[in-house]
Design a protein around this ligand. Structure first.
Ligand code: HPA
Length: 268
């Protein structure tokens, strides 16, 4: 039984007549984006049927409705990861709920390791393509022809161009590249990173790909940005840990907030 109708009823009771233009999902250490939301209405995930409770430190668990610049936004502060529950479809109902609220654009953010030596911690990388080989496709078990989602253009080039333009105006370097989803929760080994480089990955992380696939089936235009918190395993002497991810997310997060604020104030 879908929880979407019940979720929409809860949202309507707290934010009557709210309609979203854009939905956003915030990754580790990126919760500060919600500070940029004006007149926010905050609803804990535990009050919204179908919204999975994050178990990860650094991931808030609330839906924030309001405005950034000229657009109406529905922001998920925190997401469910495959590694938390062993299911890649846990974001299906939340995304469907956000789509029903009217959002047709989805901005995904994540913390990621970089396979590109120049994209050092603190950098931002626009995801232009992805590699999904290591976890199950979130649409397994769906019926109907709409499960056969075309993935030839997985990330929306128009939003990507807008984010690039905005970053350039602000003097912020925005890398771009291919993101590879590894399930986690352990980080990759140096040998795995060497393999991923050969496969064409520029960044590696534990999220985003399942959401992209689910969202594309729902008709969202999707853009995604990685906040680079570390060079990938074997590329630096710094040991990888979640504490380091959170610590190193601050600089990129501040820049990402600036880009999103400016982008939304132009794209009303
Ligand atoms: N690998 C996977 N996930 C990550 C990393 C990484 O190096 N950094 C932040 N999230």
């Amino acid at each position: 039984m879908s929880n979407v109708k019940a979720a929409l009823e809860v949202i309507a009771s707290k934010a009557p007549d709210f309609k979203a233009d854009v939905a956003m999902v915030l990754g580790s250490g990126l919760g500060g984006v919600v500070d940029a939301v004006s007149d926010p209405i905050k609803i804990a995930y535990e009050d919204v049927p179908g919204f999975p409770l994050p178990t990860v430190h650094g991931h808030g668990g609330q839906l924030v409705l309001g405005r950034i610049g000229g657009v109406s936004v529905a922001v998920m502060q925190g997401r469910a990861h495959f590694y938390e529950h062993g299911r890649s479809d846990l974001m299906a109902e939340p995304l469907e709920t956000l789509r029903e609220l009217g959002a047709d654009r989805l901005i995904l953010t994540n913390a990621a390791g970089s396979l590109v030596p120049d994209a050092v911690p603190g950098s931002l990388m626009l995801i232009t393509d992805h590699i999904s080989m290591f976890g199950p496709n979130p649409l397994i078990g769906y019926h109907g022809d709409d499960r056969f989602v075309g993935m030839d253009v997985p990330y929306d080039p128009e939003i990507g161009a807008g984010l690039h333009q905005t970053a350039a105006q602000l003097g912020i370097k925005l890398f771009e590249g291919t993101y590879c989803w590894c399930t986690g929760p352990s980080f990759e080994t140096p040998a795995e990173i060497k393999m991923l480089k050969v496969l064409g990955a520029d960044a590696v992380g534990m999220s985003t790909v399942p959401e992209n696939i689910l969202a594309r089936r729902l008709g969202f235009k999707v853009a995604a940005v990685s906040n680079i918190t570390n060079l990938a395993a074997g590329m630096s002497a710094t040991p990888l840990s979640h504490a380091q991810t959170l610590e190193m997310s601050k600089e990129g997060s501040a820049n990402l907030i600036r880009i999103l604020l400016q982008y939304f104030s132009r794209s009303a």
